[in-house]
Each structure stands twice: as structure tokens, then as C-alpha cells.
Write a protein that binds this ligand. Structure first.
Ligand code: ATP
Ligand code: MG
Length: 681
């Protein structure tokens, strides 16, 4: 047997060595799904399949990076690496080569959610920006064009939104911008309307693998189908119990219907958990068993019983943060690496008390998510400069920096420039880039003209430096633009300068590691960074449950287990999705798990009394709640019905946590099923 397969169990090995045809690996948390596809990738390469013909997609850059490292570590000969990236990165690469099919230029710039909202704001809408932004996102993900949206909108607000959508699309086109949704939607559109390219692309990627398939949305699913249009060598892995992006349009249906979408799907089940202790796994299984809409999979521990799960009661958030901080200090003093410890929360607002306590106690931590580094104003300023240098159509970025540092260019002047550029039918930036001094004088007057010419001259100089070599670029940038000097004069300058320095450091690092890449590549790479990307290094990770997907930690703390916080309750909340989030949270823990709640929390300006989360009881962690439900009282000989397996007869009953494990005979096939998954018939 090949060495790389030795670490896998039989089922995992079966999946990893099945080369042709569609495969679905449907299995619970920590059962080695990611390990299996990583090994499969290495296996395919080890038997001589061209790495360039393998495409592996996942949801975060961090996951992609880890998978790549794991796979490459399994391969002896150094060969060029296979493409293993996020869906969005794939879209970006595709568009870089093929956006010309839509008549667009390949030097487009990617904008983030914050940029998107600022563009929408400039249309002065009378509806909340977040609402408009998310509706536009829905349109794009449903492949509805602005004109179709306008034609189908009935209610006045939706008519408004559809019109804003049109205006927004026009703006993106004019400035050659692409938003996150476009990365996938435009890719789809191009593949859909160009049969030759669809065939070529599908043939190019003859082996496709997808991790965390339960979180794909309809558009991603359609895209995958196009990539598989000439073959059906697709291997998807996922867990219906970990579908946590329903609010963003993810559709569990994709995984449930996979066996009907492709022909002759091989279904592989992994039923052993290699990550968590028995106690942790039992709590997770108990909790998720309360969901009705699930397939119900088996997942058994391979590890020992382990330490009891700690349920931590606190009077308020300060006590909670302090106790957790002290506990972490103790762990570290015992030799635990900080990167093996994490604190999770359901909503970002809860991270503050933890951050404060950790700062006070001198604990190194990494806050993942919250406000992303590159969404800070000063970092966006630098980024806008870089974009303007790389792309002379990007008026959106120009507007942000044309008067930063201050050079006396006010709103009125900008409007004059806009008008003059419009008359020539070019972008403001291009207008400035190409204009003669004498002509500019006529548009904005002497003082402003001088300032603008100096500004453009600086940009042109930096563009030259960038084209020449990016090694000196960032030093020349600061010398020319003097952003640090500008921020030093502002009240909170100190922190901002620290952020600028961090950015400059990051830039230098990037160039060192990717000497071949251009400024454009750097900008695009940065725009694709996601919440999880900042993990790593030696700090304790503090992050949302969403950001923790796919990760694992020896010691895990989940805070805020209170009704209203975890689960979130109220309008628009889905208790089953909350429970899946609870399941994801608990199953991140390998060895030690602490679940904490407070009796009162300061939130949105006032102190509120809180009840502890129902999830604690459902996970079987509260003494009073360990009672066996009536419906669970099954006995030998009962006839029962299971969603998937149909009708069977109970032939054995034993206790499993707070319910029963039933051994059932389904037409000759014997299976162990938890009692909450069957009904008596
Ligand atoms: P999740 O659902 O959380 O994404 P997963 O199913 O992808 O989990 P992995 O992250 O691949 O699970 O594996 C969980 C842990 O179990 C990892 O530490 C992995 O190295 C280990 N593991 C997986 N399979 C085996 C095996 N056959 N023998 C020993 N350890 C294993
Ligand atoms: Mg995984």
C-alpha cells in the first residue's frame, strides 16, 4: 500500500483511492473529511495524474493553505502545485483570463462590502444600505440582471432597490470594478454563454474536489456543474449538521440532492471521530439530536472518555472574561501552546470583554474577524492609492484619496472635474492623467490645478517605481505620499500609524515571498482575504463560531451561552441553524471544553438579565435536564420508521446519554440508531 494511505481508515482509503466518477463523503465533524480529500489529492498526483488537471475548492484561504501544505507534505517529488483555492479565488483567476468575453478589461479591481456600501450611499438612497447591499447580492446570486429585477419588482421598496441595483451595476462597469458576488456570477455567465470555453475549462480540470460542500449556494452549485460538464469526476465532502450559512443563501439541498444530480454516485460514510474526547463528542451529539431536519449520521469517538466538560457560571461578562483569562494563563504555564487555545462567541460584540481582560492579563491573542484589518480607514487609504496607481479607471478609489493628505481639493472642485471628464467620456483619473496644465487651469483655477498636477505627478512616479521593481515601492510610497505624517497630526494617530506600519510590513513580506507578482496581484490577493486568514502565529485565537469552521483546538472556550445570545432568538433567527452553530462550536474542541454563561450582560447600552442557554441542557450538561424523554421509551419488538432506512424492528435497546441507542433490523440489515431519529409506527 502507498505510504500516504497508511494513516487512513478503510472507508477513508476507499474514498481517497476511487479515481473516477462522482463521490459524496457525508460525515460528521472531525471524522477526517478534510484529511481524506487532502490525501486523495496527494494520491492522484502520486499515481501520475497531472496536477494541473486537479481543482480543489474550499471556503477560506486559510483552509486552502492548510490543505495545500498537508497534501504537498505527502508527495515526495517536488512538482508544480495543483490549484487549491477558494471559490472566489478561482473566480478571480478565471476572470483575469476571460473577462474580455464580456467586453471588459482584465485590469478590473475587486471591491469589498464596505466599498459596495459607499458606492450605494453615493446614490443617496432612502433605504438602509445593508438591506440594499444584501438584496443586490441575492439578485446576483440568483443570476437576475438589473432589467429583470426591475421588471419583476412589485412593491415600491423593491422597485427602488432594483433601480439602485441597475445604477450600481453601471457604476461598477464604468469604473471597471468587480464585487465579491461578481467573481462567481460573471464566471458563471461567461461559462454559460461560451460553449467552447465551458468545454475547454471542464476538460482542463478533470478532477474536482470540494470541501465543506454543505455551505455552497445555488450559484456555486451551478458553477460546479459547468466545470463537470465533460466528466463527472467530482468528489464532494460535507456535513449537513454543519450547514451554517443559510442566511447567506447556502443550501443544504445541494448536498442532499447530490446523489440525484450525478449518475452512479458513490456514497462514503465516515463514522469515527478522531478529534474529540468521548465526553465532548457526546455533548455535541446530544445537542444536534434535537434538530428535526437532518439526515442523522453515526459518529463514534475513537478517543478516551476525557475530562468532564466545564460549565462556567458567571455573574457578568467581566467575571467571565477574567476567569477564562486566568484559566488560560494556567494552561500556558503548564506548557500548552497559545495557538492550541481558542475562545469562540456567537456574535462579535461579545469579544470586547475578552479582549480587555486579555490585554490586562498580558495574554497574547489574535482577534479573527470583527473589524478586519484592511477595513480600517488608514489601511483603506493606502489600498486606494495602490488601486489608483494600478488602474486609471478607478474613480471610486480616487475620490477617497484625492484630498488625503489635505491638498485643498474640496467637493466643488471634484464636481467640476467630474463634469469635465464626463464631457470627454473618460474617468476623472484618466482625465487628470492626460491633461495639460493649461487646460486644467481652465477647469479648476490656478491653486487647485497646481495641487492636482503635483498629485498626479506623484502617482505617475509611483507607477513607474511599481513597474520597475516592487522592492523599493513601499518606501518610495511613504516618502512621496507621506501618509504617516498626515495621520501623526490626528488625535488617534498613534494607533493608525501602527496599522500603517503593519501594512507596509505585510507588503514587503508579500513581495519577498512572491517576487514575480505585480501590484495588481497584491491588491487582488488582499481583497480576497477572509476572516479566517489572520489566524496563525502564537496567540490565543478569539473568533466567531462561523470563522472557526473546519478548525480544531486542544483547549476550547465558548462564551455567551445565554438565551438570546447563543442561540440568537427573535425575528429572522432559525433555531435549527443556531443549534448547528452550537454543534460546530463544540466539535472544534479536541481535549478540553469550557462552556460559559453570565447572569447579566451589558449590551446595547444597558445591563440585561439573562437565562442560561437551552443548549446546555440539550447537550446534557445540566444535572436537572438529564431526564429521558417519554418518546424515547422504546422496547424490543417495537416497529419503528426512519427517514432514510424506512421501517424496521427494534432488536436491542441501550442507554446513550440522555436518550436510547436502538439496534434496529431494517429488512435484514442491522443498524444502531439513536431513538430521536425514529418514530414508532
Ligand atoms: P470538520 O467537519 O470539523 O471539518 P473533518 O471531518 O474535516 O472535520 P479533519 O479535520 O479532516 O475532520 O480531521 C479531524 C482530526 O482527526 C484531524 O486532527 C485529523 O488529523 C484526525 N484524523 C482524521 N482521520 C484520521 C485517521 N484515520 N487516523 C487518525 N487521525 C485521523
Ligand atoms: Mg474539515
Amino acid at each position: 500500500m502507498k505510504k500516504i494511505l497508511q494513516e487512513l481508515n478503510e472507508e477513508q482509503r476507499d474514498a481517497a483511492t476511487t479515481i473516477d466518477g462522482p463521490i459524496l463523503i457525508l460525515a460528521g465533524a472531525g471524522s477526517g473529511k478534510t484529511k481524506t480529500i487532502t490525501t486523495r489529492l496527494a494520491y492522484l498526483i502520486s499515481i501520475g495524474i497531472d496536477p494541473a488537471s486537479i481543482l480543489t475548492l474550499t471556503f477560506t484561504n486559510k483552509a486552502a493553505k492548510e490543505m495545500r501544505e498537508r497534501a504537498l507534505a505527502l508527495i515526495d517529488n517536488a512538482i508544480y502545485p495543483p490549484l487549491l483555492c477558494t471559490f472566489h479565488k478561482f473566480g478571480l483567476l478565471f476572470l483575469k483570463f476571460h473577462i474580455s468575453r464580456l467586453g471588459r478589461d482584465s485590469n478590473f479591481v475587486i471591491i469589498d462590502t464596505d466599498d459596495k456600501k459607499r458606492i450605494l450611499k453615493s446614490f443617496k438612497p432612502d433605504l438602509p444600505l445593508a438591506l440594499i447591499a444584501s438584496e443586490i447580492s441575492k439578485y446576483k446570486n440568483s443570476l437576475i440582471s438589473p432589467s429583470e429585477a426591475i421588471a419583476s419588482a412589485r412593491l415600491p421598496n423593491f422597485k427602488k432597490i432594483a433601480n439602485l441595483y441597475q445604477q450600481y451595476e453601471e457604476y461598477l462597469l464604468e469604473n471597471n470594478l468587480v464585487d465579491f458576488d461578481d467573481l462567481l456570477a460573471l464566471t458563471y455567465k461567461i461559462l454559460d454563454t461560451n460553449e467552447d470555453l465551458r468545454e475547454e475549462t471542464s476538460k482542463k480540470y478533470n478532477y474536482i474536489m470540494i470541501d465543506e460542500f454543505q455551505d455552497t449556494n445555488e450559484l456555486q452549485n451551478l458553477l460546479i456543474k459547468q466545470l463537470c460538464s465533460t466528466h463527472s469526476n467530482i468528489c464532494v465532502v460535507g456535513d449537513d449538521d454543519q450547514s451554517i450559512y443559510g442566511w447567506r443563501g447556502a443550501n443544504v439541498k445541494n448536498i442532499l440532492e447530490f446523489p440525484n444530480t450525478y449518475e452512479n454516485v458513490k456514497i462514503v460514510k465516515l463514522e469515527k471521530n478522531y478529534r474529540s474526547t468521548k465526553k465532548i463528542l457526546e455533548a455535541a451529539n446530544n445537542l444536534i439530536a434535537h434538530n428535526r431536519t437532518r439526515l442523522g449520521k453515526k459518529l463514534e469517538a475513537t478517543k478516551t472518555e476525557g475530562e468532564p466538560i466545564v460549565v462556567l457560571e458567571n455573574s457578568d461578562e467581566q467575571e467571565e472574561a477574567h476567569k477564562i483569562g486566568e484559566k488560560i494563563i494556567q494552561l500556558i504555564s503548564q506548557g500548552v501552546r497559545p495557538s492550541e487555545i481558542a475562545v469562540l462567541f456567537r456574535i462579535n460584540a461579545l469579544s470586547r470583554s475578552i479582549e480587555e481582560a486579555f490585554n490586562r492579563l498580558g495574554i497574547n491573542f489574535k482577534l479573527v474577524g470583527a473589524i478586519r484589518f484592511y477595513e480600517r480607514a488608514e489601511v483603506k487609504d493606502i489600498l486606494s492609492y495602490l488601486r489608483v496607481i494600478a488602474n486609471q479607471n478607478d474613480d471610486f478609489s480616487l475620490k477617497r484619496i484625492i484630498n488625503k493628505p489635505k491638498r485643498g481639493i474640496g467637493k466643488a472642485t471634484y464636481e467640476k472635474l467630474e463634469k469635465a471628464a464626463k464631457d470627454k467620456d473618460i474617468s476623472v483619473l484618466k482625465f487628470l492623467w492626460e491633461i495639460e496644465e493649461s487646460e486644467l487651469l481652465g477647469v479648476v483655477g490656478k491653486k487647485n490645478a497646481k495641487a492636482l498636477l503635483q498629485f498626479i505627478e506623484n502617482l505617475k512616479y509611483l507607477q513607474n517605481v511599481a513597474q520597475d521593481s516592487l522592492y523599493n515601492f513601499i518606501d518610495e510610497f511613504e516618502k512621496t505620499v507621506e501618509l504617516k505624517k498626515y495621520y501623526a497630526s490626528l488625535p488617534d494617530g498613534f494607533e493608525r500609524i501602527a496599522n500603517i506600519d503593519e501594512f507596509y510590513g505585510m507588503f514587503r513580506d508579500y513581495i519577498k515571498q512572491n517576487p514575480e507578482n505585480s501590484l495588481d496581484d497584491f491588491i487582488n490577493e488582499l481583497s480576497l482575504q477572509s476572516d479566517q486568514d489572520q489566524i496563525g502565529g502564537e496567540g490565543v485565537a478569539i473568533m466567531s463560531v462561523h470563522a472557526s469552521k473546519g478548525l480544531e483546538f486542544e483547549h476550547l472556550f465558548v462564551i455567551g451561552l445565554e438565551e438570546g445570545f447563543f442561540p440568537l432568538t427573535g425575528d429572522g433567527c432559525d433555531i435549527e441553524e443556531e443549534r448547528r452553530l452550537g454543534y460546530v462550536a463544540i466539535t472544534r474542541a479536541k481535549k478540553e471544553l469550557t462552556l460559559s454563561y453570565v447572569k447579566s450582560r451589558f449590551y446595547k447600552g444597558r445591563r440585561t438579565h439573562l437565562e442560561k442557554s437551552r443548549f446546555l441542557g440539550e447537550a446534557g450538561l445540566l444535572q436537572s435536564s438529564i431526564k429521558i424523554e417519554k418518546k424515547a421509551a422504546f422496547k424490543k419488538g417495537d416497529l419503528v420508521k426512519h427517514k432514510i432506512f424506512g421501517i424496521g424492528r427494534v432488536i436491542g435497546v441501550s442507554k446513550a446519554g440522555k436518550e436510547f441507542k436502538l439496534t434496529i433490523n431494517f429488512g435484514g440489515q442491522q443498524r444502531d440508531i439513536l431513538s430521536s431519529f425514529v418514530e414508532r409506527v
